[in-house]
Design a protein around this ligand. Structure first.
Ligand code: HEM
Length: 205
């Protein structure tokens, strides 16, 4: 079979992705440690967790702004837009492929092209992760870092408490996204093929 190479991940995107992935993993570990760690027998001391969490949060937030600007000024942003018309059918077709078709060796219902590098499920999950979940975590994180910026009280509750709960919920969903993302990225002819692509920039088929 012919081997096609498509350049899908430009260098700025790969650098952002690498730094973002590392920061988010450290944010999840230190976030869990701060929330659930035993204060008397900590795996990572509370002070160290706070320091790493704040540092990675700031780096990931700057990275997020770079990602937004990159998507705005380059044509990478087109991959995050989707038409509502026929969306349910496209999502269902892709889901059926992941659940049944892939295991039966059927061809991909939405082959990868330069114009369509994501299948419908990837498109919607990346759009939700990058335009809903990450901004929620970034904005609430900034609120917790600078509490003077947030409402003292809102709907009879403490503004800091509401912000902290929203930050934890956002963090939970980003962690959930990451688990699914790692699994789905390993689906293919070779489990490491997509991981290689995000390092080299080239998708090989
Ligand atoms: C160790 C951690 C991670 C690994 C190994 C990883 C792996 C990959 C791979 C292989 C791809 C390209 C194939 C594909 O599109 O499925 C990709 C793309 C992507 N990843 Fe990750 N990822 C990681 C963490 C993250 C995190 C934490 C986020 C966001 C919160 C993220 C967001 C994205 C996005 C938005 C793309 C598409 C980029 C584009 O082409 O515009 N990844 N990742």
């Amino acid at each position: 079979m012919e081997n096609h190479k498509l350049y899908l991940y430009p260098i700025w995107l790969r650098i952002w992705h690498g730094i973002n992935a590392l920061c988010i993993i450290l944010l999840i570990i230190t976030g869990l440690s701060m929330q659930y760690g035993n204060i008397d027998y900590p795996l990572i001391s509370f002070k160290t967790s706070v320091m790493i969490h704040n540092f990675c949060g700031i780096v990931a937030s700057i990275g997020f702004v770079i990602f937004l600007v990159g998507n705005f000024i380059s044509d990478n942003g087109i991959h995050y837009r989707f038409k509502i018309r026929g969306l349910y059918k496209r999502l269902f077709t892709q889901l059926m492929y992941y659940v049944f078709g892939y295991f039966k060796g059927e061809p991909k219902p939405f082959p990868i092209t330069k114009e369509n590098k994501f299948n419908p499920l990837q498109r919607i999950s990346y759009a939700v992760a990058m335009y809903v979940l990450v901004p929620l975590v970034v904005i609430t994180g900034l609120g917790l870092l600078y509490p003077e910026l947030i409402f003292e009280r809102f709907l009879g509750m403490s503004g800091v408490q509401i912000t902290a709960v929203m930050h934890s919920i956002g963090g939970f969903f980003v962690s959930f996204f990451l688990m699914i993302h790692l699994y789905v990225a390993s689906i293919g002819k070779n489990p490491l093929k997509n991981y290689k692509s995000i390092l080299t920039g080239y998708h090989e088929s």
